[in-house]
Design a protein around this ligand. Structure first.
Ligand code: PEP
Ligand code: MG
Length: 570
């Protein structure tokens, strides 16, 4: 039995498919003169493989789905066979540049040229060339291409790291489970697998080398277990656990459409964390009472340039309309840390989590930030939108964002553009600095939302994705509990709505403490709404306070964790 970090509930039983990451990094090696002919041949062979495969793909598409898409794909063959493009690459190889570098530089020049033209069709060609570049490099590097959309039923995906583009390609019904080598409970791999409701276990060392395509495997997304080559007995036992899991889901369904209240009638709210307008639809389907965190950086990922004001406006408006008047908290761009967006030219930093990220980056790139704030403000005319600032450490950041919003409002007034004049601006409290001055920040903010994912890592000085320090990355440490209590109490003292959008909000062991401290809104992934609601409904305020007092009196996280476990078991 192998162990990893359990991040998405459920039992998966199926056959392994190893997916190599679409990382097309290559070594820029000089080619000696006597090998140049071989290198040219290697490049031309790759182009031929590209054309053959693309032709096959186009034929498949013509038969089944969409003849129009087939045309686009066929266009890729024409583009890569363009004599001018080929001769440019050949010329570079002839000077001793390796085929990967020669192809990448030439295709990049075409991408740049096409994207600079202000015409939709030409810009589309830039996207096409960018696709061609990725696929051609993968062929040159010998990285196998897999069509994730055609994986057979009961496939367990095994990969180093799950990327957003992978998740858009897969057919969810066919995927029994996900196992990765990298990532922790709050990594994007984890968030994405939960959103897809696929059982997942992350951070299983060397798993892409241990398992082979076709191996039978069982994964338990609640315990973090990975069981290669299971016996018939194992399969029977896990089939039973799977059935129990389904039964529990049916019980949770009885909470659909109910208010979120404690056992003694205190009204709370369960909101959802989302990354795009489609997730907004899922949030409503899963009975979320609002959106507590729209991670807007997902709109910026897997693109060659930042989304326009119009594109962003449409996305925010769509979510506001989908939620039909319920609160939508839009977090402004949270780049940096583990979230790289290549075209934003974030510098390589020694300590990216302590570096130029989130609001720091945005306030240093006001042109980019202004586009986003304008789009949010415009969309606020179509629903109840609040603006949330990530990674706040001081009051000045809030004032600067408020200043920008006020200037945009004045402009909109002059131009007659409608927006919500009372739009609320709040802070994510996810740094120790913000927690320590929560009383001061509360006077400058309209609401708080606690980001435990980062708050834990910064409070405990333990990287949220590093398996070696995962034992320190827990909310049960007295330092973290005191911080959360302080934030909620400071917010409530000033009459703010205080929410939590980090993973702590869905933790059954933490929920009684959050109720006792006075948290108003619990923002969780759409798939966790009913579990959170059911958990909140089990606690009365008195019982929750007793548990919180006891937990806060314990000096070590082990005692706290053991105590809370025993309480939840009861
Ligand atoms: C957090 O830090 O708790 C949070 C919700 O934001 P993210 O996971 O995107 O950093
Ligand atoms: Mg965060």
């Amino acid at each position: 039995m192998l162990k990893g970090i359990p991040v998405s509930d459920g039992i998966g039983i199926g056959h392994v498919r190893i997916i190599k990451n679409k990382d097309v990094k290559f070594e820029d090696k000089a080619i000696p003169e006597n090998e140049i002919d071989n290198e040219l041949e290697r490049f031309h062979d790759a182009v031929k493989v590209f054309c053959d495969r693309t032709d096959k793909m186009a034929k498949e598409m013509e038969k089944s789905v969409n003849p129009k898409e087939a045309e686009i794909i066929k266009g890729h063959i024409q583009m890569i066979s363009d004599p001018f493009m080929i001769s440019q690459i050949d010329d570079q190889i002839k000077t001793g540049v390796c085929a990967e570098k020669a192809a990448a530089t030439t295709l990049d020049q075409f991408i740049e040229m096409f994207s600079s033209v202000d015409d939709e069709l030409t810009q589309q060609r830039a996207t096409d060339v960018s696709d061609i570049k990725k696929r051609l490099l993968r062929i040159l590097l010998g990285i196998e291409e897999i069509d994730l959309g055609t994986l057979p039923p009961d496939t367990v995906i095994v990969t180093k790291e799950l990327t957003p583009s992978m998740t858009t390609e897969i057919k969810k019904e066919n995927i029994a489970g996900i196992i990765t080598e990298k990532g922790g409970i709050t990594s994007h791999s984890a968030i994405l697998s939960r959103a897809l409701e696929i059982p997942a276990v992350l951070s299983v060392p060397e798993i892409t080398k241990i398992l082979r395509d076709g191996d039978m495997v069982i994964i338990d997304g609640r315990e973090g277990d990975v069981l290669p080559d299971p016996s018939d007995n194992d399969i029977r036992n896990y089939e039973k656990s799977k059935a129990d899991f389904i039964k529990e889901k049916e019980y949770l369904d009885t909470f659909i459409g109910k208010d979120t209240v404690t056992a003694d009638g205190y009204r709370k709210e369960v909101f959802c964390n989302i990354g795009n307008p489609k997730d907004g639809v899922t949030a409503v389907k899963k009975d979320g009472e609002g959106i507590g965190l729209f991670r807007t950086e997902f709109l910026f990922m897997d693109k060659d340039s930042a989304p326009s004001e119009e594109d962003q406006f449409n996305a925010y408006k769509k979510v506001a309309e989908t939620l039909g008047g319920r609160t939508v908290i839009i977090r402004t761009l949270d780049v940096g840390g583990d979230k790289d967006i290549p075209y934003l030219d974030l510098k390589k930093e020694d300590n990216p989590f302590l570096g130029y990220r989130a609001v720091r980056y945005c306030l240093g790139h006001k042109d980019l930030y202004k586009v986003q704030l304008r789009a949010i403000l415009k969309a606020s005319a179509y629903g109840k939108i609040w603006i949330m600032i990530p990674m706040v450490t001081n009051v000045y950041e809030i004032r600067q964002v408020r200043g920008m919003v006020e200037r945009i409002k004045t402009k909109f007034d002059a131009e007659g553009i409608p927006y919500d004049k009372d739009i609320k601006i709040g802070a994510m409290i996810e740094t120790p600095a913000a927690s320590l001055i929560a009383d001061i920040l509360a006077k400058e903010c309209d609401f708080f939302s606690i980001g435990t994912n980062d708050l834990i890592q910064y409070t405990m000085a333990a990287d949220r994705g590093n398996a070696d320090v995962a034992y320190l990355y827990k909310p049960y440490f007295p330092a973290v509990l005191r911080s959360i209590k302080n934030i909620i109490e400071c917010g409530k003292k000033e009459g703010l709505v205080v929410g939590m959008c980090g993973e702590g909000a869905r933790d059954p062991m933490l929920i009684p403490l959050l109720i006792a401290f006075g948290l108003d809104e619990f923002s969780v992934s759409p798939t966790s709404v009913l579990a959170a609601r059911s958990c909140i409904s089990r606690w009365s305020m008195n019982e929750a306070r007793e548990v919180a007092d006891k937990a806060l009196s314990l000096p070590t996280y082990i005692e706290v964790e053991e105590y809370l476990k025993s309480i939840v078991r009861k």
